[in-house]
Design a protein around this ligand. Structure first.
Ligand code: NAP
Ligand code: ZN
Length: 363
């Protein structure tokens, strides 16, 4: 395809899978994408990861879903068309698109390369583009995005297992760096060994951080310690194990996707330790002030990362050979995959092979 002059092209037909209501059931969906703007790239989607946030959104668990909803914000693809003012990418480049596709670009957060904390950040799907249209995500054949919100995927990264880095990867990398948990003299606990958690273990090891997995699933111990290289494994329901580990961690990153008690986790922190919440559960936590006062502990949150940091994370992953453990699936398996994800039955991320399997689902 050729470089566009700007206004020439009209909207382009697109095809993906959408949910029509909060049952979350996905089925084929024909829609249209806008023409490629001057500073935008059109990306042919090759792979898309299935994040637990997709599940929350499909089922309207955050009460903000608009249907039809095409999920997908762990996108890896190939640039198929570029606008006349694009400077970062060429046709054929392998790129990643994560959770946001726009922001105000002028506020303090945007100026500090933390577009993820811009109050006007626009989500890749279920977000509203400035022309008023609802964004559709990566469970589709292509996507159009401003070049600022796409990152380069280095040649050395396998594309399918790089896809989860676009959300799970940056969501773990950013808080480890920001909260001072990335380094050899630090001990981090990672709660929940799922899509986010398992990538977090790999980043922690690459930083030289000591990492202990805190899991509700006894059976994940061997995988955590042997496959992923964690230094320790605690079963969160085992009171003796939890008691023995009290006061040993500089920080804990909590990726649990469902309501759970955080008091036992605060007990694991050293003085000045931080519990960082990533899991986006709806129900408020019940926490006693004393558990924080004694030891000057804090609870914080963290959400994905800025575009510059996302590129830094991807480059770091390529340098250290970090990739997600994935189950590659075909598009027509997606509803089964979502059901399995809801039950925690995935090791550790489903990735949809969009390029090779989506077209066949179009009748
Ligand atoms: P996931 O693959 O389903 O992993 C979540 C893990 O949490 C499970 O593997 C399980 O690990 C644990 N878990 C689930 N239910 C539990 C329960 N009732 N009690 C205790 N542990 C439980 O999900 P994910 O894709 O990693 O996402 C995790 C959460 O982070 C989701 O809520 C998602 O929306 C959110 N998220 C946040 C950000 C951010 O930037 N803040 C970014 C992406 C996703 P064990 O079997 O080891 O216990
Ligand atoms: Zn996500």
């Amino acid at each position: 395809m050729e470089r566009l002059s700007g206004e020439k092209a009209q909207s382009v037909e697109a095809f993906g899978w959408a949910a029509r209501d909060s049952s979350g059931h996905l089925s084929p969906f024909v829609f249209s994408r806008r023409k490629t703007g001057e500073e935008e790239v059109r990306v042919k989607v090759l792979y898309c990861g299935i994040c637990h946030s997709d599940l929350h959104c499909l089922k309207n668990e955050w009460h903000s879903s608009t249907y039809p909803l095409v999920p997908g914000h762990e996108i890896v693809g190939e640039v198929s068309e570029i606008g006349s003012k694009v400077s970062k990418f060429s046709i054929g480049d392998k790129v990643g698109v994560g959770c946001i596709v726009d922001s105000c670009r002028t506020c303090e957060s945007c100026r500090e390369d933390q577009e993820n904390y811009c109050t006007k950040a626009v989500a890749t799907y279920n977000g509203v583009h400035h022309d008023g249209t609802i964004n559709y995500g990566g469970y589709s054949d292509h996507i159009v995005v401003d070049e600022r919100y796409a990152v380069k995927i280095p040649h050395t990264l396998p594309l399918a297992s790089a896809a989860p880095l676009l959300c799970a990867g940056i969501s773990m990398y950013s808080p480890m760096k920001y909260f001072g948990l990335a380094g050899p003299d630090k001990h981090v606990g990672i709660v929940g060994l799922g899509g986010l958690g398992h990538i977090g273990v790999r980043f922690a090891k690459a930083f030289g951080t000591k990492v202990t997995v805190i899991s509700s699933t006894t059976g994940k111990s061997k995988d955590a310690l042997e496959t992923l290289g964690a230094d320790g494994f605690l079963v969160s329901t085992d009171e003796d194990q939890m008691k023995a580990a009290m006061g040993t961690m500089d920080g804990i990153i909590d990726t649990v996707s469902a309501s759970h008690s955080i008091s036992p986790l605060i007990g694991l922190l050293k003085s000045n330790g931080k519990l960082v919440l990533l899991g986006a559960t709806e129900k408020p936590f019940d926490i006693s002030a004393f558990s924080l006062i004694l030891g000057r502990k804090s609870i914080a949150g963290s959400g994905i990362g800025g575009m510059q940091e996302t590129q830094e994370m991807i480059d770091f992953a390529a340098e250290h050979g970090i990739k997600a453990e994935i189950e590659i699936i075909s598009m027509d398996y997606v509803n089964t995959a979502i059901d399995r994800l809801a039950k925690g039955d995935v090791r550790y991320r489903f990735v949809i092979d969009i390029a090779n399997t989506l077209a066949a689902t179009r009748s």
